[in-house]
Design a protein. Structure first.
Length: 154
C-alpha cells in the first residue's frame, strides 16, 4: 500500500510527531523514507544583506541536523529502513509538492506549525499549501503540547 513516504522537516519541535508517524508507517509497510528540508528562499532574501553573509551557512547546518534527526528516528525504529535525505531551496510548499511527485510518493507527512511561526494558524501555511497541491495523501500532525501552559492536550 505504501512504498514511498515523504516527511517534510524544518527541525522544529512540532515536526517530531510527524516524523514518528512517517517512520512508523514506513516500518509497518517496509516503505522507503524520504526526508526533505526546504531552505525558504523568500525568507533568506528578506534578511538584511549585512546579516545574510554571517548567516549563510546556518540554514544548511539546521537542515542537515533536521534531516539527521529523521534518519536517526528511522533507523532507531527499524535499522533496515531505506532513508533518503534531501535539501531543497525555494518556496517550501512548492518544493515539498515537487519532491513528492519526483519520488512518486504514496504519502506525505508533516507538522502543522513550524519554525517560522509557532503561533500561526494553519491557513496560509506551508502545510495548507502542500495539502492543496499534492496529488497524494498528506497527513498533517499537530503538536500536542500547549506551549503556553506546557501541558499535554487531548
Amino acid at each position: 500500500m505504501f512504498d514511498t513516504i515523504v516527511v517534510a522537516t524544518d527541525g522544529s519541535d512540532s515536526v517530531r510527531r510527524a516524523v514518528a508517524l512517517a517512520v512508523d508507517v514506513a516500518a509497518r509497510f517496509e516503505a522507503d523514507v524520504h526526508a526533505v528540508y526546504v531552505l525558504d528562499a523568500e525568507a533568506a532574501e528578506s534578511t538584511p544583506s549585512e546579516a545574510r553573509e554571517d548567516r549563510r551557512d546556518a540554514p544548511d547546518d539546521r537542515g542537515r541536523e533536521a534531516l539527521d534527526r529523521v534518519a536517526d528516528a528511522a533507523w532507531t525504529r527499524d535499522a533496515d529502513l531505506d532513508v533518503t535525505l534531501e535539501v531543497r531551496a525555494g518556496r517550501p510548499a512548492d518544493e515539498i509538492d515537487a519532491y513528492a511527485r519526483e519520488v512518486d510518493a504514496d504519502l506525505v507527512a508533516m507538522g502543522t506549525r513550524g519554525r517560522h511561526g509557532e503561533d500561526r494558524f494553519l491557513i496560509g501555511s506551508v502545510a495548507e499549501g502542500v495539502v492543496r497541491s499534492c496529488p497524494v495523501p498528506v497527513v498533517t500532525v499537530r503538536r500536542l503540547i500547549d506551549e503556553d501552559t506546557h501541558q499535554t492536550t487531548v
